[in-house]
Design a protein around this ligand. Sequence first.
Ligand code: GLY
Length: 331
Amino acid sequence: MKRRNFLKNSTLTTAGMISVPFLASCQENPKQKTAGTDSNKTIKPIAICTWNFMNATAKAWEVLEKGGSSLDAVEQGVMVEEADLNNETVGNGGRPDRDGRVTLDACIMDKDANCGAVLCMENIAHPISVARKVMEETPHVMLVGKGAEQFAYEQGFKKTNLLTEKAKKEWLEWKKDSQYETIINIENHDTIGMLAIDKDGDIAGACTTSGMAYKMAGRVGDSPIIGAGLFVDNEVGGATATGVGEEVVRTVGSFLIVELMRQGKSPQEACEEGVKRIMKKNKDREDFQIGFIAINKKGETGGYCIHPGFTYRTYSEEGHINNPAESFLKG
Ligand code: GLY
């Protein structure tokens, strides 16, 4: 079987089920994903995302494999989750705020530090694509709320009801006592943040979410904030985050991780330091989850979180792998 077909066929295989020796050896030490050389000139196309969003990384890899750009790969990759009505933490079908409104946040960043974001936007199924339009078609970086929605219509996006019957029923149930609490590892996923390197060695990133379930009206977390939920520097690497956005914003987490890599830390070391900075400011708190992932120019990856349970997907020539991240707290 040709390598390309083999990789395609392994897409729907969970990591633990892959039996081919070279993939199995990748599994043995999932933290070690080197490009196979120390040369910065080596290009290793790869897509990486928060959580086990395997269909998203599969889509991104399909784009990369055809020679597409990292920007197209991350946009099309995260769109898979935005469209999934069963995913109640991203895009269409996301859980609403406490007033029953589904408001979406997303941002995107390319190899030239161009970026775009939409915050608290209703009625549009693919906020990541609107964020890209903000980046490409306006002189601005962020559009918010009604302005973002109006801009989306002007760009040809269709009005869509994002509140599914299931999400509505759960929200009405929640309203009975309106207990507002964060849930650690909600359904074992949350925000999707994705990073990719293409055949030219260029890095791009995307991040998209429906935010915290039953949040206050108008609440925005880290995900659409460049530097917090996502940051890319094509000379160094990229990072993205999932979890309780307020804490990521307070440390400008993704920017911090990229800067730590610039200073010589590996993606893994940088993610660990990012989580430690957050925990230093939250000495008495263990009631929230954060997960960071990062990638450097060589295609090396890392991931780290507060509580056990966070995983991240990678798709490269080494295979399509669900990587368990090490955690600050041990469970
Ligand atoms: N990380 C998603 C949020 O806090 O909204």
